[in-house]
Design a protein around this ligand. Structure first.
Ligand code: MG
Length: 326
């Protein structure tokens, strides 16, 4: 143990020869002994050091041991430092109790019996050690909790980043794949239908070419938000599938019901009146949508489900755009 790790003991007596005797009795104990010859000196040392224990002479001129103890109890830094009063005066109970009222923890009587002194000091050093150990462990635990909380927050952020489309802020293709695969599993188990809408912005290339990419990005954001707000039921899930293509997964929904939702998506977007002078079907931005319902045939797969919706989308385009096909 280095001297800074060692525990400090403060010994206070107005007679220096008494201090030397005390010091020699405690010398073999593994701690730093610091001496003070008055109550005032003792108090100022307590602000500079942390003490495991104070051995405090009761009879001192100016400020006696009891007054010193009282001032210690009045200060938050020194309030809980244990005190052993060292006194030559009467062992009368009334005198001992006076010391306890000041917050004393123990008494030693002069002439000092080395074995009693050492065993009492040992008890307090052990207590102090336990307290320090406990404080260290508490600090360590707090640190670990902080680290863990930070880790959780980082994980959460990462997960959000990996499932959110950077431009529009709506779920991305990865999130779509996850949700679709979960929906298909649930649907197969419950034997309930599930439908998928694929949506594509009409003449988006012409929009981008004429208005520029910044406007194009802005258009994608508005369309994404419009689709998200059209899809209101708790289990429904809308995502950006890629480019100017969006997808909506509709658990427990037939193609008939999905068609109504797809038509709502068209209507809601129409209300936004996003100008598109380079579209041949409308003066505003419009969508073509394809709907497919999952059929649990022998060879069904997630890909065939998407393929069917894509085929329907292609038909909607071919039939003149700005419409739903299924
Ligand atoms: Mg004295």
């Amino acid at each position: 143990m280095s001297s800074s790790d060692k525990m400090n003991i403060l010994i206070v007596d107005d007679r220096y020869d008494n201090l030397l005797v005390l010091e020699s009795l405690l010398e073999h104990m593994d701690c730093n002994i610091i001496k003070a010859t008055s109550g005032n000196e003792a108090l100022s040392l307590m602000f500079d050091y942390d003490f495991a224990l104070v051995l405090l002479d009761v009879q001192m001129p100016n400020m006696d041991g009891f007054e010193t103890a009282e001032l210690m109890r009045g200060n938050s830094k020194t309030r809980y430092v244990p005190i052993i009063f060292v006194t030559a005066i009467s062992k009368e109970p009334s005198c001992i109790f006076a010391g306890y009222e000041k917050g004393a923890v123990d008494y030693l009587f002069k002439p000092i019996e080395p074995v009693i002194l050492q065993s009492k000091v040992n008890v307090f050093l052990e207590l102090y050690n336990q307290k320090r150990l406990y404080e260290d462990q508490t600090k360590l635990l707090e640190l670990k909790i902080k680290e863990l909380t930070k880790l959780q927050q980082d994980n959460h952020k990462l997960q959000n980043l990996s499932t959110t489309d950077g431009l529009t802020g709506v779920p991305n293709r990865r999130a779509f794949d996850n949700y679709l695969s979960m929906t298909l599993r649930n649907s197969e188990r419950s034997k309930k239908p599930a439908s998928l809408i694929m949506a594509d912005i009409d003449f988006f290339k012409a929009y981008n070419d004429n208005y520029g990419h910044l406007k194009g990005d802005d258009c994608l954001i508005q369309v994404a938000n419009s689709i998200i707000s059209s899809v209101k039921r708790p289990l429904d899930f809308a995502a950006r599938y890629g480019g100017e293509e969006f997808a909506v997964i509709l658990p427990e929904t037939t193609a008939e019901q999905a068609k109504v939702i797809a038509e709502n998506i068209i209507e809601d977007l129409k209300e936004l009146e996003l100008k598109h002078e380079y579209s041949s079907v409308s003066q505003f931005v419009t969508l073509s949508l394809g709907v497919s319902e999952i059929v649990f045939a022998e060879d069904y797969s997630m890909d065939s489900f998407i393929e069917n919706a894509d085929k329907a989308l292609y038909r909607a385009k071919k039939n003149g755009r700005n419409q739903v096909s299924y």
